[in-house]
Design a protein. Structure first.
Length: 593
């Protein structure tokens, strides 16, 4: 490893004094072959009102740095072997667990990368928020519910009164992330560590959350340590950037300096891999002769909310309402929209994971009312890459066994052939053969997502539902995985339902784009028609909120809708959402009237 290259940081505004100082930090983890150093001599400082971004590939040590600062290294597997971490005048490496608990959330707080594994599945949102407030004496027990409600409103969660009574599994991925952010902000900490805080958020909410973090910094002189692979977020938020590779610092620079003149070859490669909206070549519309592999007609997915003394239905969530779509062989249909709009629910309906009504056909055969054995045969041809890799992998099984399990269940391969196929799949998603024998907790978030992609590919399906499948990946690995998905599509004529909030990724992958809002399609058409000539105001708002990976370009503030339309898919039992009718304004380009 070459020595770190530090660029001129004179462009950075005076941070107002050092708040956090990390010096010569070494972290080791236990392995069967002995101790392995995963943070090697890392040093940096964070000032008041300053935003320092840690950038680098998945597995470079960014999240481990945050865990070391928070005193959350998994013991006894990992430990700080050398170095200093100072919060003001307080040396954190010498604190006991009881002493650490007093400063976590109160003085230094963290937004974790995977909300589903960070929230308690058996406690309501209100209970978890109130626990944080009461643990640190922020308010009385009587005041806690009102404070919890105010926090959810701060992070723009729809129907906040209703969300307080819900459990984490009842919320979408983006909603769960917003609850995590509300918990982190509950005690107005001096330092906020944000580990991929906007990974699960759509672009409009991402813009609001980033603005919220900036407001918090101004009001409370908060230092923000941000870990992200989204270089658009780095360009928008950072004062300084520290680029990491294999646990070491390779370059530190002011954000404008790094983007305009990166010194280290690794930094140059990282920035070159950043997807940019509008950079793709124009794409010809799909041939009308292509056969539809998936046909969806008038799909509805409703969930009931129960309450009262007898726990009867009191309201209904119209998660998906009268959606009709088709996916052609060898093509990619992208679903975009804000968190909670019903994108993932459509994918789950196709997998038979949620109750639905309407018509879903795979290769012309309806999947409604199938028995378990019949559905198992269907699922061999349709696989899903889930949004949250931490929640979709079994922590007790080796990852190689989990990738091979679908092939065992469907009787495709056993013994030596199974091992060879698993090794091949790991190689295809950029993981080494020795990773096969490890457990999920031994991988970074991005590496876990690659394992989930390998598992989805194991049965050679005809249709893959990719639910935010690259949201947890750094830009260089993201580019490799997207290229892999394209290659597989060309080789095997795969059809993709690609669910994402990253418009630059959508532009790279999609042949067609469908934009969803509150369970309904508001715009649908060929990629270039929707992304380069958006006609619906909601589509225009989504595109205006996309972060630009260039600190010299200031993003326009996303336009807020001022209509009187309902902002929630929740309706009383006797009410129905107003149906939207799509009109064709150009060949293949449909817009809701």
């Amino acid at each position: 490893m070459t020595s770190p290259q530090v660029s001129d940081s004179s462009q950075v505004p005076d941070p107002g004094g050092s708040l956090l100082s990390v010096q010569d930090l070494h972290v080791q983890v236990a392995t069967p072959t002995g101790a392995k150093t995963i943070l090697d001599g890392l040093s940096f400082e964070l000032g008041r009102r300053e935003t320092l971004c840690l950038a680098g590939e998945s597995g470079s040590g960014k999240s481990m740095t945050a865990l070391a600062i928070m005193g959350l290294l998994p013991k006894p597997m990992a430990r700080i072997s050398r170095g200093s971490i100072q919060l003001g005048n307080l040396e954190l490496t010498r604190l006991s667990e009881s002493q650490y608990r007093k400063i976590r959330a109160a003085r230094i707080s963290m937004i974790f990368q995977e909300p589903m594994t960070s929230l308690n599945p058996i406690s309501t949102v209100q209970k978890q928020l109130c626990e944080t407030l009461l643990e640190h004496g922020q308010c009385s027990r009587q005041e806690a519910p009102d404070r919890a409600l105010a926090l959810l409103k701060d992070v723009r969660l729809t129907e906040p009164e209703q969300r307080l009574q819900q459990y984490p599994h009842e919320l979408s991925g983006g909603m769960r992330q917003r609850v995590m952010i509300a918990m982190a902000l509950a005690c107005d900490p001096e330092i906020l560590i944000a580990d991929e805080p906007t990974t699960a958020l759509d672009v409009t909410v991402q813009a609001e959350i980033l603005e919220l973090m900036r407001s918090l910094q101004k009001e409370h002189n908060t230092g923000l340590l941000m870990i992200t692979h989204d270089m658009g977020v780095v360009a928008e938020m950072a004062d300084r950037v520290l680029v990491m590779k294999e646990g070491q610092e390779v370059e530190t620079a002011a954000v404008r300096q790094l983007f305009s003149k990166p010194v280290h070859p690794y930094s140059q490669a990282l920035l070159k891999a950043v997807p940019r909206l509008g950079s793709s070549e124009p794409k010809e519309p799909l041939p009308t002769t292509l056969e539809s592999v998936v046909q969806i007609k008038d799909l509805k997915v409703h969930f009931y909310i129960r309450g009262g003394v007898f726990n009867r239905p009191v309201a209904r969530i119209h998660a998906v309402e009268n959606v009709s779509l088709s996916i052609r062989a060898g093509s990619t249909l992208a679903l975009v929209g804000e968190s909670g709009c019903g994108k993932s629910t459509i994918g789950k309906a196709m997998m038979g994971l949620v109750p639905w009504s309407g018509k879903i056909q795979l290769n012309g055969d309806s999947i409604a009312g199938l028995s378990r054995p019949q559905m198992q045969r269907v699922l061999r041809n349709i696989q899903m890459i889930f949004q949250d890799p931490g929640a979709s992998l079994d922590p007790r099984m080796k990852v190689g066994d989990q990738v091979g399990e679908p092939m065992v269940v469907h009787g495709i391969a056993r013994g030596t052939e199974l091992k060879d196929r698993v090794a091949y799949l790991f190689q295809r998603v950029g993981l080494s053969r020795d990773a096969i024998e490890r457990y999920p907790h031994e991988f970074s978030g991005g590496q876990r997502q690659r394992i989930c992609i390998a598992r989805a590919l194991s049965l050679s399906p005809k249709v893959i539902i990719a639910d935010e499948c690259v949201s947890a990946l750094d830009v260089s690995i993201q580019a490799q995985v997207l290229e892999l998905l394209k290659e597989l599509q060309q080789e095997d004529d795969l059809a993709y339902l690609f669910i994402s909030h990253d418009m630059a990724v959508i532009e790279q992958m999609a042949d067609e784009v469908a934009v969803m809002r509150l369970g309904q399609i508001v715009e649908h058409g060929y990629r270039d028609a929707v992304l380069r000539d958006p006609r619906h105001s909601y589509t225009q708002r989504l595109l205006s909120a996309v972060p630009i990976p260039d600190p010299e370009v200031e993003r326009a503030q996303p336009r807020r809708e001022t209509s009187a339309e309902p902002e929630s898919p929740i309706f009383k039992l006797h009410e129905q959402p107003t149906p939207l009718h799509l009109q064709e304004i150009a060949p293949g380009h449909l817009v809701a009237s």
